[in-house]
Ligand binder design. Structure first.
Ligand SMILES: [Zn+2]
Ligand SMILES: [Zn+2]
Length: 117
């Protein structure tokens, strides 16, 4: 029973720490995101609090940074600002190309699915 309580407190702290005010990598607005799926992916995924944005976010992995990274694509998400700091221009171009390619791939996949039947 004590173990359960510890786990719950730990999770509570985790959720609290995930809701620190920070900047969204999509809309650059400073907001407090809404935590949606903390435990399912063993990673806290939040939604931007900006009504115009509502994108999925993850806490930036750089220690001491309170901003929020775009959720999903990168295994170690960094916010827009840390990413710009840490990625050399060449790698940035590659990332962009990969992003564009996967979008094109997805579009193709959806098209194929739709013309299936
Ligand atoms: Zn946003
Ligand atoms: Zn950051």
């Amino acid at each position: 029973m004590d173990d359960k309580q510890d786990w719950f407190d730990g999770y509570n702290d985790f959720v609290k720490s995930a809701k620190v005010k920070g900047k969204c990598s999509f809309c650059s607005t400073e907001m407090k995101p809404v935590n949606v799926v903390g435990l399912i992916f063993n990673r806290d995924i939040c939604v931007c609090d900006n009504k115009e944005c509502r994108e999925f976010l993850q806490v930036c992995l750089k220690p001491g940074c309170d901003n929020y990274a775009k959720s999903g694509i990168l295994p170690r998400p960094l916010c827009k600002w840390c990413l710009e700091e840490s990625v050399p221009p060449v790698a940035k171009t590659i990332l962009k190309a990969v992003g564009m390619a996967s979008t094109a791939g997805l579009t193709l996949y959806v098209k194929n699915k739709m013309s299936d039947k």
